[in-house]
Design a protein around this ligand. Structure first.
Ligand code: SF4
Length: 288
């Protein structure tokens, strides 16, 4: 299913492009909204995924769309100077993006993100501080959205999703990691004051409105009851444990790394990484 020929792909890409173009036209380049991207209890996979963004890429996001004032991985400042930028942003209008769950055991000490004026700042402190003041909060990735691997059994750090930790509206952009187009597209929707249409789990319908199964290129095998018996075979992987029928994302048409490929395209069953309950209730990832 090539993105240049499929009308569904073309339509989705056009919608995304028009949202981003509209956002750019609406932004006063001298007054871009600030954005804090906070890495809490995470593998940092979502910021890495963002760096892989294409069309638009991360440079476009940073130059044209937002003013990223704080990010644990990308900023030039270190130590107290870095955390001061986080604190300074709290007195402005800003978007808070959190990747990673919130480790809550021992007042969050399982996830220390800074030391400032002799005080230890945990991810839990930072999410609470910024979560209170942010104009919008995006939980990016499955840990921030649902707890994900960070909160998986036996969850020694007593981690929680940002959605459960904060007592306010949080837009979920799940995935392990989240596709960069889901993130940039959601930010663009916010920027045009056209808050994305959300489903009942607070996910943008534009990206999470269909299941992987709905548009899977192996769907005709499923419909005819022809199933792969082992990995590497070209047929439907339902009987190998594929979670595509219960996982809502547009992976089959959006794909990854500039639309190069995606798990099912590489003969791996969907493991439901964007779903509530991942990974505990999605295991075993492959069944025979
Ligand atoms: S491989 Fe998975 S998503 Fe694709 S048709 Fe089979 S069950 Fe559905």
């Amino acid at each position: 299913m090539g993105s240049e020929i499929c009308p569904v792909v073309g339509n989705k890409q056009n919608i995304l492009k028009s949202i981003i173009d509209k956002a750019i036209n609406n932004i006063d380049q001298n007054k871009k909204i600030n954005l804090i991207w906070l890495e809490a209890a995470t593998c940092s996979g979502n910021i890495i995924s963002l760096l892989n963004a294409e069309n638009p890429d991360v440079i476009y996001l940073l130059r044209k769309m937002v003013n990223m004032t704080y990010n644990n991985s990308l900023m030039a400042e270190e130590g107290e100077r870095a955390f001061k930028k986080f604190l300074d942003t709290l007195d402005t209008e800003f978007i808070l993006v959190v990747e990673g769950a919130v480790a809550t055991k021992n007042n969050g000490l399982y996830n220390v993100i800074a030391r400032y004026k002799g005080k230890t700042i945990t991810g839990m402190d930072a999410v609470a501080m910024a979560g209170k003041k942010a104009k919008y909060v995006l939980a990016v990735g499955s840990c921030a959205s649902y707890g994900g691997p960070s909160a998986a059994r036996p969850n020694p750090s007593e981690s929680k999703s940002v959605y459960d930790f904060l007592d306010r509206e949080v837009i979920r952009v799940p995935g392990c990691p989240s596709n960069p187009q889901w993130v940039i597209g959601t930010i663009a929707s916010i920027l045009i004051n056209d808050n994305p249409e959300l489903d009942k789990e607070n996910r943008p319908v534009l990206f999470y409105g269909i299941t992987i199964h709905d548009l899977c290129p192996r769907r005709s095998y499923f419909d005819k009851g022809i199933f792969a018996k082992k990995l590497g075979e070209p047929e439907c992987m339902f009987k190998l444990g594929c979670r595509g029928p219960i996982t809502r994302t547009d992976c089959p048409i959006r794909r990854w790394n500039n639309s190069t490929n995606w798990p099912i395209g590489d003969n791996t069953p969907c493991i439901g990484c964007a779903r509530n309950g991942f990974p505990d209730s999605m295991e075993p990832f492959v069944r025979y």
